[in-house]
Write a protein that binds this ligand. Structure first.
Ligand code: PHE
Length: 501
C-alpha cells in the first residue's frame, strides 16, 4: 500500500488539491489552486500518481477561441458601432457620408446594421439625404460594455478562452474576428485508493527527495525531512554482463560430470574419416558418410594414417580380422579413410582417448562442437555441441549406463526420462534417451556399449559404456524454447531477459 510519506512534495500537492476540490479537476485548476509554477509540474506529478494508481488522467478536447487578425485590430480601435456611437454622441446627428470620418469605408454598413439592431441610432431621411441620429438607449449604452466587447477583451487578456456559443456565433458573423482552436485539457481524477490516502490528511512540507553529497556535507539532511523510499515501485533494470546461457549450461554439465568422478578431454574439429568413422566400425557406405551429412575439407583433402592401424581396421571392416566378428564383408577403401572432415560427433574424442589409454579404469567426458550438413530450422543446427562420455572398467554393464545417464539428467533437472532401443554401428546394445517435454517425448541423444569390433583393435578387453548428447536440446528444455536458433541469434533483449539457469 502506498504511503503519503513516499510521495514527492508535488505529488502531495496535487493529491491534496484534488481532494479539496471534490476529487477531480483540470490541470490548470490544480496548478492555480495548488500553487504550482507551471502546468508541467502538475502533469508530471500526476503521471507519477497515475503510475502509483492514485489518480487517473483523462484528456478532453475543448473548442476555444482566440482573436483573429480583424479581432486584434478591433480590440484596439473598438467595434465599428462603438466608434460610430461615440462620434454620434459628440455630433448628435450626422449624414451617412460623414460616418466615414470615424470608420473605414467597409465598416459603414456593419456599423449601421448594429446601430439599428441595438437601437442605438435611427436613420432619418431629409431632403433626399439620409441622416443618422443617436437614440436614448444609444446614450445609455455609451458607458456600457457589450457582451461581444467583453468577450474580445477576455480573449485579448488570456490569449484564448472558451466562449458562450451564442456570443461566439455573434462574433463569427464578423469576418476574421475569431479564430477557432482545439485545446487538449487534462482532467485529473482521484482513484478510490487516492481518495483514501488523501482522506487521512496530507501534510505539505519541503523534503529532501534526493540525497546529494552537498546535502550530506552541509548537514542539511539533519534539519530537513527525508522522503521515504517506495520499494514497490518498478525501477529500470540495470543490466550487467553475464555468460551466455549455453556457456552457463556447459559449466553446469561440466560440474556435474566432474562431481561424478569424470575427467574432461578435448579434441580437434578437423579429423580424418578414419578416426571419425572407420575406427568406430561405421561402414564406408553408411548413409551418414554421405555428402548430405558430413562436411568434408578441400584443403587438406587427405590425412596420413598409421599404416599398421589402417590395415587392422581395414581387415575388421572386411572380415573381422582375427576376431570372431565377420566384419561387414565389403572392400574397405584406404582413400576413403584418409579423407578429411569436420568431426560429426565427439565420439571421435573418446575413441582416440581409448587408443591412447587402453588400461581401465577410465571415466572421461568432453563438451565440444560438432558439424553436420544440415539445414537450419527450429530444431536443427549445422553446428552444435555434444556432451560425450565413456566409462571403461571391468564389469561395466548396461544397468550402470542407464544409472549414470539417469543421474546426470536428474542433476541437470529432468526426472522424466525414458530409454528406447536404438541402433549405432559402434554400440551393442544401443539406446536412445528421451525426455518428456511439453506433452511429447523429445530425443536427447544416443548411448550404448562399444562393440568388440571397436574396442578389440585398441587392445581393450573390458566393456566401455558410451554416450553422446546434444547440449542445445538440453538448453531448449531448460529455457523452454520453441526455436533452437534463438541460442545463436545474439538477440540482446532475449539475452538480457533469459533467466539464469
Ligand atoms: N555419436 C552418436 C551421435 O552423434 C551418439 C552416441 C555416442 C551413441 C556414443 C552411442 C554411443 O548421435
Amino acid at each position: 500500500m502506498q504511503e503519503v510519506k513516499q510521495l514527492s512534495l508535488n505529488e502531495r500537492k496535487v493529491l491534496k488539491t484534488l481532494y479539496e476540490r471534490g476529487g477531480e479537476g483540470y490541470a490548470e485548476e490544480v496548478q492555480e489552486k495548488g500553487g504550482f509554477n507551471t502546468k508541467d509540474e502538475v502533469i508530471s506529478a500526476s503521471s507519477w500518481l497515475r503510475y502509483k494508481g492514485l489518480v487517473s488522467l483523462k484528456e478532453e478536447v475543448k473548442k476555444v477561441y482566440a482573436l483573429g487578425t480583424e479581432g486584434e485590430r478591433l480590440v484596439k480601435v473598438g467595434l465599428p458601432e462603438r466608434r460610430a456611437l461615440n462620434y454620434l454622441y459628440e455630433k448628435g446627428k450626422i449624414s451617412l457620408e460623414e460616418l466615414e470620418k470615424c470608420l473605414e469605408k467597409y465598416e459603414v454598413p456593419i456599423a449601421i446594421g448594429w446601430l439599428k439592431k441595438r437601437g442605438w441610432a435611427e436613420l432619418e431621411k431629409e431632403g433626399g439625404k439620409v441622416f443618422v441620429k443617436i437614440t436614448e438607449s444609444g446614450r445609455k449604452a455609451l458607458g456600457e460594455e457589450t457582451e461581444e466587447e467583453r468577450a474580445l477583451r477576455l480573449l485579448k487578456d488570456k490569449g484564448y478562452a472558451e466562449l458562450d456559443q451564442r456570443i461566439a456565433n455573434l462574433l463569427r458573423t464578423r469576418k476574421n474576428v475569431l479564430e477557432e482552436k482545439e485545446l487538449v485539457k487534462t482532467r485529473i481524477i482521484l482513484s478510490e485508493k487516492g481518495k483514501m490516502l488523501a482522506s487521512k490528511g496530507i501534510e505539505i512540507v519541503e523534503e529532501i527527495s534526493q540525497l546529494t553529497p552537498e546535502i550530506i556535507r552541509s548537514g542539511l539532511w539533519k534539519e530537513r525531512k527525508l522522503r521515504a523510499y517506495d520499494i514497490h515501485l518498478l525501477a529500470p533494470a540495470i543490466r550487467s554482463g553475464r555468460p551466455h546461457p549455453l556457456t552457463q549450461l556447459m559449466k553446469e554439465v561440466r560440474e556435474i560430470f566432474i562431481s561424478m568422478g569424470f575427467e574432461e578431454i578435448e579434441g580437434d574439429y578437423v579429423e580424418s574419416c578414419f578416426w571419425n568413422m572407420d575406427v568406430l566400425f561405421i561402414p564406408q557406405d553408411h548413409p551418414a558418410r554421405d555428402m548430405q551429412d558430413t562436411l568434408y575439407c578441400k584443403k587438406p583433402k587427405k590425412m596420413e594414417i598409421d599404416r599398421d592401424l589402417l590395415r587392422v581396421i581395414k581387415e575388421m571392416h572386411e572380415n573381422g580380422g582375427n576376431t570372431s566378428s565377420r566384419g561387414w564383408g565389403y572392400r574397405f577403401s584406404e582413400e576413403e579413410a584418409k579423407k578429411v572432415l569436420l568431426r560429426t560427433h565427439t565420439t571421435v574424442n573418446t575413441i582416440r582417448y581409448l587408443y591412447k589409454n587402453p588400461e581401465p579404469p577410465a571415466k572421461v567426458f568432453s563438451i565440444g562442437k560438432v558439424f553436420r550438413r544440415e539445414n537450419l530450422d527450429a530444431t536443427h543446427l549445422p553446428e552444435f555441441y555434444q556432451i560425450e562420455g565413456i566409462v571403461h572398467e571391468e564389469g561395466a554393464n548396461f544397468r550402470q549406463l542407464i544409472g549414470i545417464l539417469k543421474e546426470f539428467y536428474r542433476r541437470i533437472g529432468f526426472e522424466k526420462i525414458r530409454f528406447r532401443p536404438a541402433y549405432f554401428p559402434y554400440t551393442e546394445p544401443s539406446m536412445e534417451m528421451e525426455v518428456f517435454w511439453k506433452g511429447k517425448w523429445m530425443e536427447l541423444g544416443g548411448s550404448g556399449i562399444f562393440r568388440p569390433e571397436v574396442t578389440l583393435p585398441a587392445g581393450i578387453k573390458n566393456p566401455v559404456l558410451a554416450w553422446g548428447l546434444s547440449l542445445e536440446r538440453l538448453a531448449m528444455l531448460k529455457l523452454d524454447l520453441d526455436d533452437i536458433r534463438i541460442l545463436y541469434e545474439n538477440d540482446l533483449k532475449w539475452l538480457n531477459e533469459v533467466p539464469l539457469l
